[in-house]
Design a protein around this ligand. Structure first.
Ligand SMILES: Cc1cc2nc3c(=O)[nH]c(=O)nc-3n(C[C@H](O)[C@H](O)[C@H](O)COP(=O)(O)OP(=O)(O)OC[C@H]3O[C@@H](n4cnc5c(N)ncnc54)[C@H](O)[C@@H]3O)c2cc1C
Length: 399
């Protein structure tokens, strides 16, 4: 038995506590548009790409038809979403597939967000219009082979040279890198020690840049992540993002990213739960639907409760961010909670399907493994926990 054969829409909209009552008609209409896209374009088509670890251009290109690129940015044709809308978009994409939500999050959130929040007017006008149309794809390169959680200590360097800078170093795990046209490298200035963002245009054709995709990932397989080496790479001075000198400047982008990832994790969990609910109502053993057994109901209630808690946490976080009240503690608490709960919920969902739970055509196994990645990126769970701890106690447990 597969979920497709039940002849029902796969993904609906579980909302036990009626969070909907807080959303405007405009917000709901946007959510519906993204949900329709996921149901018609993503869910029916993503599995072969995930299995082959191939980037789904066929699906990704169609995102341009949705009014969501650029998220909360509003200049140069960007979507100008409010933060509730941005959250709902990440939730719906996450419900469908974690690779698509990551492609969108890296391009629209991390890369366009860096330019929109930290670039000057000339830089925004130069890069954002093509990125809005997906004619240029963005990537955000912070992590390095030797620098992960301690991202502020990046070893990649920028040396002043003539009319620009020369970059040297290495980056790891960089999403969209091998398909990128706008690659943002975060590095330290060799002389001043300042932190900066340097935009490499057309990295594939730039001397000294080597980009190699990382193979063998067990989650988010349909989005590409790469190792990068930078060997005496020249970047013109006008490509240094104008409003970044400290790690803290860039961390604003990560804060908004963490907000989006908290919604994404809630979406992944909700997607798995909804699929498990449908399956258990249809699957019969011992002469009745397995949803009628107490032990299955325990799993369903556990999942429904966790999803509801994630939804309500995201909702309140959206009110905080809309009012400019998001801080490191509140963003990290939501990411910390939702990432680990997404892992838990997707595992329960997979259990409910028995053997069918490990088959990709039933989607839950893919969501379960995508949740593994969410647990680690945008700050590992431990790092987000410690950020909340620092906020609560005023004491830094990192070092
Ligand atoms: C699929 C994927 C996509 C990614 N995309 C991007 C991207 O687009 N751009 C980008 O820049 N990066 C990206 N990353 C990198 C990601 O942000 C890092 O993997 C993450 O920050 C953790 O770094 P690390 O993997 O080096 O782990 P490490 O930092 O080596 O951590 C290993 C373990 O040690 C723990 N640990 C580390 N320090 C402490 C401490 N002080 N106290 C307690 N525990 C600690 C960690 O929590 C973790 O459990 C991506 C990663 C993945 C897996």
């Amino acid at each position: 038995m597969t979920l497709e054969k039940q002849g029902e829409t796969l993904i609906t909209g579980f909302d036990f506590y009626n969070c909907d009552m807080h959303f405007s008609d405009k917000q709901k209409a946007l959510r519906q548009e993204v949900r329709d896209f996921v149901e018609t374009e993503v869910t029916p088509n993503i599995n072969p790409y995930w299995e082959k670890a191939e980037f789904p251009w066929e699906i990704a290109r169609k995102i341009v038809n949705l009014p969501i690129i650029g998220g909360p940015l509003f200049e140069h044709g960007a979507a100008g979403l409010d933060f509730v809308e941005m959250g709902l978009v990440m939730y719906e994409l996450g419900k469908g597939d974690g690779s698509i939500s990551t492609f969108y999050g890296v391009h629209s959130g991390l890369a366009m967000g860096s330019i929109g929040m930290l670039g000057d007017e000339e830089q925004k006008a130069r890069w954002l219009p093509d990125m809005v149309k997906l004619e240029k794809i963005g990537a955000f390169a912070l992590t390095e082979p030797d620098v992960g959680s301690n991202a502020a200590q990046v070893k990649t360097t920028a040396r002043k040279s003539g009319d620009g800078f020369v970059l040297n170093g290495a980056k790891r795990w960089i999403g969209n890198a091998s398909i990128s046209d706008i690659l943002i490298i975060w590095a330290r200035d060799e002389d001043s020690g300042n932190f900066g963002g340097f935009v490499i245009e057309d990295p594939g054709g730039t001397e000294g840049v080597a980009i190699n995709d990382i193979w063998g990932k067990v989650g988010k397989r349909a989005v590409l992540n790469a190792d990068i080496t930078l060997d005496e790479v020249f970047v013109p001075k006008e490509n240094r993002l104008a409003h970044v000198n400290r790690f803290r400047d860039m961390a604003q982008v990560l804060g908004v990213g963490r907000y989006g990832v908290a919604w994404e994790a809630a979406g992944v969990a909700a997607g798995a739960f909804e699929l498990a609910l449908k399956y258990t109502k249809a699957r019969e053993q011992f002469g009745k639907p397995i949803a009628g057994f107490q032990l299955i109901q325990q799993k369903l209630v556990e999942m429904a409760t966790e999803v509801t808690l994630m939804q309500t946490l995201c909702l309140q976080l959206s009110h905080l961010i809309n009012r400019g009240l998001l801080n490191a503690g509140t963003a990290s608490m939501a990411k910390y909670n939702n990432a680990r709960k997404a892992r838990y919920v997707t595992q329960l969902a997979r259990e409910c399907l028995g053997g069918n739970g490990i088959i990709i055509e039933n989607h839950i196994a893919r969501l379960m493994l995508d949740a593994e990645i969410i647990y680690t990126y945008e700050g590992t769970n431990e790092v987000n926990l410690l950020l909340v701890g620092r906020e609560l106690t005023g004491l830094n447990a990192f070092v």
